[in-house]
Design a protein around this ligand. Sequence first.
Ligand SMILES: NC(=O)c1ccc[n+]([C@@H]2O[C@H](COP(=O)([O-])OP(=O)(O)OC[C@H]3O[C@@H](n4cnc5c(N)ncnc54)[C@H](O)[C@@H]3O)[C@@H](O)[C@H]2O)c1
Length: 287
Amino acid sequence: MRDLEGKTAVITGSASGMGLAFAECFGNAGMNVVMADVEEKALRVAASRVEAAGASVLPVVTDVSDEASMDHLGEAVQEAFGTPHLICLNAGVAAPTGPMESLTTNDWKWTLGVNLWGVIHGIRVFLPALRERDEGHFVVTASVAGLTSYPWLGPYNASKHGATTIAETLHAELAELGSRVRVSCLCPGAVATNIGEAERNRPKELENETVVEMDAGDLSEFANTFSGFAKPPSAVAEMVLAAVVEDRFWIETDEVYRDAIRSRHRAIEGQDEPPARGIILNPYLER
Ligand SMILES: NC(=O)c1ccc[n+]([C@@H]2O[C@H](COP(=O)([O-])OP(=O)(O)OC[C@H]3O[C@@H](n4cnc5c(N)ncnc54)[C@H](O)[C@@H]3O)[C@@H](O)[C@H]2O)c1
């Protein structure tokens, strides 16, 4: 989609992190911006910031895991700006990491609800109108976790593999149908956002009865390592903008994961043992 001026972008999870950076970036490119997020106060602050920079902004409090809430988002967008052009299905959370034996049903439900069902609802709500106009672009925020299978991230990996294959499948279907609607799959490595505090948005009914505290030393070591490599969200937003304009499917933010992805694919082809070991930051540490 070469010409963005005056068109409309819908971004889920845009009160913080990458979603907020997308809103600022697309607003600067002259787009109307619909900012959807479950965190009401943060959304208000973020929307004022994007509006102050000159964009036309519609904030819509939305829970992407909820069918009716996503229907409402679709209606609010139509009413304000008509059929939108760029749909960024970006909202995401990360449940505590740990071996699967330590995880609860609530950890799985929460992570899959936001990261996977958020994408499913987003496509269900927006695809028909984009198809009818035969123009538009979906950007699905997956992760390098959607291309690898590092341990201790069961629900997150499952949700992001799901997001990746949904993006690929949608892309393939649209090509078969001869549609001009496009798809990109964003697979970031480490990005400096608030995902480390994702628990702030866990709904009450999906909280765990007993909270398993992670070792504080391990946590702070992980956080330090992570922040040492993390890209600024604004840099990712520029990559997304370029991919939309140039119509590219894969948006990779960190080449450092190429070997890990390649070795997974080789293992599948050769029927070898899955290669991922250690933690997801290993490709940075092993450089
Ligand atoms: N930060 C990273 O290193 C990284 C790496 C790869 C992929 N990602 C993905 O990027 C996306 C954006 O996350 P981020 O890193 O910017 O984190 P973030 O926490 O800064 O932003 C995520 C946003 O999603 C919102 N959100 C959470 N639950 C929601 C719900 N039910 N409905 C609507 N909004 C909801 C939050 O309020 C928040 O504003 C996520 O899909 C995440 O999995 C992040």
